[in-house]
Design a protein around this ligand. Structure first.
Ligand code: SF4
Length: 227
């Protein structure tokens, strides 16, 4: 007796939509219309505050970081201020953001490097940013983009999930996903593209329960659409 495997829903759906290079501009345009407020949610006033906020945001929410930095930035105004206090005091000041011992060590090491090698300034080149303790490619990309020195595309958990669902990449590794996205997303959209995916991921394309029925991409742009 012949056994028929069920046809792959995703493979079938992929045939419904155009190739990714033909869809990408329309995806960006529709998401930009849907989420005109999609920008970084962290609050900062200068490049050092930006760097600190992004470093603190690992494994916690932007709301928590903003609550902590509201006080933190009144006390620590320059890189030297982070080095002047005992490490335990800095740990206490950032404790609510989680993994605070490691974050405090990284902040301290980063500030020392900024002072000793970068004249107290936050560098803009990715290869310099990733030299700072605790600064990986994602953090470096966020900082560079906000400084207006865009050199790549931020890949976080939302960007990874949505890029996969939209058929823009088949990879799991953030570096490979970033390479795939950089090949198809127009460079002028590299800065806003991750914000659009992050906000769409939070509001519509939930990890467990994507709300395809409310999604502007569902009808013709998303191969994973369930409608
Ligand atoms: S159609 Fe569904 S799976 Fe595709 S992006 Fe929208 S919510 Fe996500």
């Amino acid at each position: 007796m012949a056994i028929f495997a069920p046809r792959s829903y995703v493979r079938e759906a992929r045939r419904r939509v155009a190739p990714k290079r033909e869809r990408i501009r329309e995806i960006v345009a529709r998401l930009a219309l849907t989420h005109p407020d999609a920008t970084i949610a962290l609050r900062f006033r200068d490049p050092v505050e930006l760097l600190v906020s992004v470093m603190l945001s690992a494994q916690t929410t932007d709301v928590t970081v903003n609550r902590v930095t509201e006080r933190l930035f009144r006390k620590y105004r320059r890189p030297e201020d982070y080095v002047a206090v005992p490490l335990e005091e800095l740990e206490d000041d950032i404790r609510p953001t989680g993994t605070f011992r490691q974050k405090a060590r990284n902040l301290r090491g980063t500030m020392i490097m900024l002072i000793e090698e970068y004249d107290g300034q936050v560098p803009e080149r990715l290869e310099d940013l990733v030299r700072l303790p605790g600064v990986g490619r994602k953090t470096a990309n966020v900082v560079a983009a906000e400084l207006g020195a865009i050199q790549g595309i931020v890949v976080d958990t939302h960007v990874r999930r949505l890029s996969q669902r939209l058929g823009l990449t088949r990879h799991e590794d953030p570096a490979k996903i970033e390479r795939d996205l950089m090949r198809i997303v127009p460079p002028e959209d590299w800065a806003r593209f991750p914000h659009l995916l992050i906000w769409h991921g939070r509001r519509v394309c939930d990890a467990r329960r994507p709300r395809c029925e409310d999604c502007v991409l569902a009808a013709d742009l998303c191969p994973s659409s369930r409608i």
